[in-house]
Ligand binder design. Structure first.
Ligand code: NAP
Length: 239
């Protein structure tokens, strides 16, 4: 996908954080983008900001990744507007952390439904369109999708799941010339888990770094497929 101009992307959870950074990087290269959030006003506000600073239009849509019909409808609107789909970024995610004794069944369910089932729904709803364009799918897993830690049981389960799911999907979909990559970041400066990004996050990966990574991968020669990428801060604080 050497020329990104006028391509079409769909980014789940693009109202803030990594999804916002990826949508901004894509728009700056001329890619038209649909971004989603559970809140229409936030998706539309982010879309306006990115469009104003980018090169191609971004639209905001309300969609919950936990609801397959909602995903199908949002992706359908993007294809109806621009006639095609070239890139999916299955990014939306939440984090609930705590020991087994602290973690509630509702927190477990929300984590698995959003981070794992939501990724399946996003791929399932977009593959019919991506088969037509020979498109590219990114899932946003995490280093927590390969390294487990105390208090991480729900998040680890969801992200180990995403890592495994994406690798299997990659083997299925490359037969249609669809590339599939899972990106596994360490700490990124975002609003994740009710965090407010500040100057103290300067050591972390920034959202534009993930955006740049996605653009670089899209431009890679069609014959080469980095299927799983770990990315971490170069210099985390000393423990
Ligand atoms: N930040 C990190 O250090 C880090 C590291 C590794 C991996 N990740 C992963 O990166 C992804 C993005 O997280 P982030 O750090 O950018 O967090 P963030 O700043 O909190 O952004 C999360 C985005 O997902 C959306 N979202 C949440 N639940 C949703 C749902 N059910 N349906 C649709 N959209 C939903 C949010 O919008 P609404 O709340 O308005 O719906 C928001 O746009 C997640 O999968 C996360 O696990 C993050």
């Amino acid at each position: 996908m050497n020329d990104l101009n006028n391509k079409v992307a769909f980014v789940t959870g693009g109202s803030k954080g990594i999804g916002y950074g990826v949508a901004a990087a894509l728009s700056a290269k001329g890619v038209r983008v649909g971004i989603t959030s559970r809140h229409l006003d936030e998706a539309e506000k982010a879309a306006r900001e990115i469009t104003a600073n980018g090169k191609a239009e971004v639209i905001g849509l309300e969609a919950d990744v936990r609801d397959f019909d909602s995903q199908k409808s949002a992706i359908g609107k993007v294809v109806e507007k621009w006639g095609q789909l070239d890139v999916l970024v299955a990014n939306a995610g939440v984090g609930h952390f705590g020991s087994i004794e602290e973690l509630t069944p509702e927190q477990w369910q929300q984590t698995i439904d959003t981070n794992l089932t939501g990724v399946f729904y996003s791929l399932k709803a977009s593959v019919p369109y991506l088969k037509k364009t020979g498109g590219y799918i990114f899932t946003i897993s995490s280093l927590a999708g390969t390294n487990f830690f105390a208090g991480g049981s729900a998040y680890n389960a969801s992200k180990f799941g995403v890592t495994g799911f994406t690798q299997a999907a990659m083997l299925d979909l490359r037969n249609y010339d669809i590339k599939v990559t899972t990106i596994m970041p360490g700490s990124v400066a975002t609003h994740f888990n009710d965090h407010t990004p500040s100057d103290e996050d300067a050591w972390k990966i920034q959202i534009e770094d993930i955006g740049e990574l996605v653009v670089d991968l899209l431009k890679m020669n069609q014959r080469a497929l980095p299927s799983k990428i770990e990315i971490r801060p170069t210099k985390p604080p000393q423990k």
